[in-house]
Design a protein around this ligand. Structure first.
Ligand SMILES: *Cc1c(COP(=O)(O)O)cnc(C)c1O
Length: 435
């Protein structure tokens, strides 16, 4: 496929051709993109708003050059770390935040928030159906060492109704004396249900707080940050929790997680993360703060590129007759795009295309494997600067029906766009569809 560079021909179509995109795929994609301009403008306006929101938080908290430096050892009086946590609290309009490289990933952040705010005898409720796969072991839905179940914390779940709305009657019946914390997952994760808008999350929280005001409402905010102008903490959530190698790290954070919300909830999490008595006072930031600040500053723009890529993918694959969630026209509340291929071959071809479009490891071929925390083999495609980062162009899918692939990320729209064109080329070349 690779042709010698014709240096005189600097047309865009020519460089796509050199990268293996046929004229037919190029034209098909161009036509789709032309119809998306209005939607992209709307995204640009949200980006403008969120960029200013982040800037304002940095200015109001007087981020200085000294904040970008790090501490070692115990990390007492880590001024940069404390200021960054204040910036996160401001961005989320929350009382406090815990933003740490010692939180190793999103699952860890969520486990921390749950384990630190629940006590033996309490009950956890998910009113939005099954939580993200890795949380099954945290909760003890699938047995695991150290799960909430092992500590005597029970779990109840109320599924969404078939149309994706909340089962208010079911939720009312499920809330009891024991219910201490409600976990609401904003994003669809590995499911094909709709992602929840922040407004919808707000309605659910109001309903729950009316029934039992002392319930802690936690939102798994993974993949949702900066997609809208408001965040769940703007509509009553007591805690939002997420990963820094997704949206809020802006592609630059090499590790980390955050919890933002009520002072007491954040404090409980800090005491659990480090130690009773120590809490937020320790935890050296080493040299990582510059990337955390820098990434947060870029996060609204990076998220916008990923969002445009997701919409582009939805429009392509819907036009080709596949079920896509969200569909080509509906409003967006996270950066994930699901495409149901219905066959393992489709999922594999799509993932090969994403891999072949990567800046790193573009020459490797992804294969499914038994990842810890998941109950079926998962195929993952990513060639990222930060290993496993899914704000970078990536795709994954569990090898089980309905054989859906979940696509997300792209540090720039230009890259997301190319990646999706590459998936289409691979799927066409594999003979799965014709265009
Ligand atoms: C990614 C994700 C998680 C878990 O995050 P990891 O960093 O992969 O551990 C949890 N919930 C949702 C909705 C996610 O998208």
């Amino acid at each position: 496929m690779i042709e010698p560079t014709n240096e005189k021909n600097t047309t865009i179509q020519n460089i796509y051709r050199q990268l293996g995109i046929s004229a037919r795929v190029y034209r098909f994609c161009q036509e789709i993109l032309q119809q998306l301009q209005l939607r992209f403008e709307e995204i640009d306006q949200n980006t403008e708003y969120n960029q200013l929101k982040v800037l304002q938080a940095m200015q109001n908290n007087k981020v200085s050059e000294a904040c970008l430096l790090g501490t070692t050892g115990y990390g007492y009086n880590d001024f940069g770390r404390e200021t960054l946590e204040a910036v996160y609290a401001s961005v989320f309009h929350a009382e406090d935040a815990l933003v740490r490289p010692q939180i190793t990933c999103g699952t860890h952040a969520l486990a921390l928030a749950l384990m630190s705010n629940l006590r033996p005898g309490d009950e956890l409720l998910s009113p939005v159906g099954k939580p993200y796969d890795t949380l099954e072991e945290v909760i003890g839905i699938r047995p695991s060492k150290g799960s909430l179940a092992e500590y005597g914390i029970s779990y109840r779940q109320v599924d969404l109704l078939p149309d994706g709305s909340f089962d208010y009657d079911g939720i009312r019946a499920a809330v009891s004396e024991k219910t201490r914390l409600v976990t609401i997952q904003r994003s669809k994760g590995y499911q094909t249900r709709p992602t929840l808008s922040v407004q919808k999350i707000g309605e659910l929280i109001s309903f729950i707080k009316k029934m039992k005001p002392d319930i802690i409402c936690m939102v798994d905010n993974c993949y949702g940050e900066f997609v809208e102008r408001i965040e769940p903490t703007d509509v009553g959530a007591d805690m939002v929790v997420g990963s820094l190698i997704k949206n809020p790290g802006g592609g630059l954070a090499p590790i980390g997680g955050y919890i933002a919300g009520k002072k007491e909830c954040v404090e409980n999490a800090a005491y659990r993360l480090t130690s009773p008595g120590l809490g937020k006072e320790v935890g050296a930031s080493l040299g990582i703060l510059r990337d955390f600040y820098h990434g947060l500053f870029l996060a609204p723009t990076v998220t916008a590129g990923a969002l445009k890529g997701a919409i582009f993918a939805a429009n392509i694959y819907e036009k080709l007759g596949f079920k896509v969630v969200p569909n080509s026209t509906e409003s967006r509340h996270d950066i994930i795009q699901a495409v149901e291929f219905g066959t393992a071959e489709g999922v594999i071809a799509f993932c090969k295309g994403i891999q072949a479009a990567a800046p790193v490891d573009s020459f490797v071929i992804p294969e499914s494997w038994d990842m810890p925390g998941y109950d079926a083999p998962v195929i993952m495609a990513a060639g990222a600067f930060v290993s496993g980062s899914s704000i970078e162009l990536s795709a994954d899918g569990p090898m089980k029906p309905p054989y859906a692939v979940y696509f997300q990320g792209g540090l720039t729209f230009e890259h997301a766009r190319f990646g999706i064109m590459k998936t289409l080329q691979t799927v066409v070349d594999a003979g799965i569809i014709e265009i």
